[in-house]
Structures are given as C-alpha cells and as structure tokens.
Design a protein around this ligand. Structure first.
Ligand code: DQA
Length: 144
C-alpha cells in the first residue's frame, strides 16, 4: 500500500513560522516521523510540499494513479480552493485532511474548509500528531 502525503503552501517554513501557532517541529521532522510510522505499519509513504495550487492539483492527480490514499494539509488553500476540492473528488482514492492547528478555534474565516467535504475525514489541532493519526486512519480506510 502506498500513501501520498501532500503539504500545502508555507508548510516548508514549519519550525520558524509562527511557532506559537504551529509549534517548532520542522517539515523534515514530520516527514521523518511519517516514514517511521509507515515502516511500522508496513506501507510506503511518499511526502511532497508545494506552494502553488496547480502543483498540489498535479500531485493529487498523480496520487490518483500511483497511490492508495492521500493525507493532505492544503494549508491556506483549505479555505479557498474549489480546484483542490474538485481534484480530491476526481480521484478514486480516499483522502484525509490534516491541520496542525485547530482551525475551529482560530479566526472565523479559517473555520470553513472548502476542501474537507471532498475528504473522508479531518484531523486538526494536534500538531504533528494530526499527520500520524491521519496516516493510521487512512491505512485502515484504504485497506478496508
Ligand atoms: C493550517 C491551517 C491553515 O488555516 C493555515 O493557512 C495553514 C496551516 C494548519 O495546518 O494548521 O497554513 O492548514
């Protein structure tokens, strides 16, 4: 089983970006933890990060033919991107949306996710653990 992990814009800056909101764990460290968990679960994980919407859509479409599930943090595009929503709907594999912060507890304009309705579920507010929980859930979902 292969899971594609797609990180959206500005997540390459984790560790230095608003640490009071997003914590101090870097993206490389999150990817390392995902790799360790994937090995434990006996699956393959493929992590990528893009700042632009088009590249995220290309990654979703690639995952649709190469992977069995998607873990995605659309970051700022969560709140705006009909195109990422449509790409997630277009591929026939399950996706779980992840957020490091609890978007429901932040500014009102972050409460709405345009992309969540195209996903099997959402895990938010647990920092780097949100990704690990999503990977575990997705392996169960995709294997079911
Ligand atoms: C985020 C939450 C978004 O509102 C924000 O734009 C991000 C990160 C999170 O992981 O908490 O870039 O997706």
């Amino acid at each position: 089983m292969r899971i594609s992990v797609i990180h959206g814009p500005n997540l390459n800056l984790l560790g230095v970006r608003e640490p009071e909101v997003y914590g101090t764990v870097t993206l490389a460290e999150i990817d390392r933890r995902l790799g360790d968990l994937a090995a434990e679960l006996g699956v393959e994980v493929d992590c990528c990060q893009y700042n632009s919407e088009g590249e995220i859509i290309d990654a979703i479409q690639r995952a649709g033919v190469q992977a069995d599930g998607i873990v995605i943090n659309p970051a700022g595009y969560t709140h705006t991107s009909v195109a990422i929503h449509d790409a997630l709907k277009a591929v026939c594999i399950p996706a779980i949306e992840v957020h490091l912060s609890n978007i429901q507890g932040r500014e009102e304009w972050r409460h709405r996710s345009v992309t969540a309705a195209a996903c099997r579920g959402v895990i938010a507010g647990l920092g780097a653990r949100s990704y690990l929980l999503a990977l575990r859930a997705l392996v169960e979902e995709a294997g079911a």
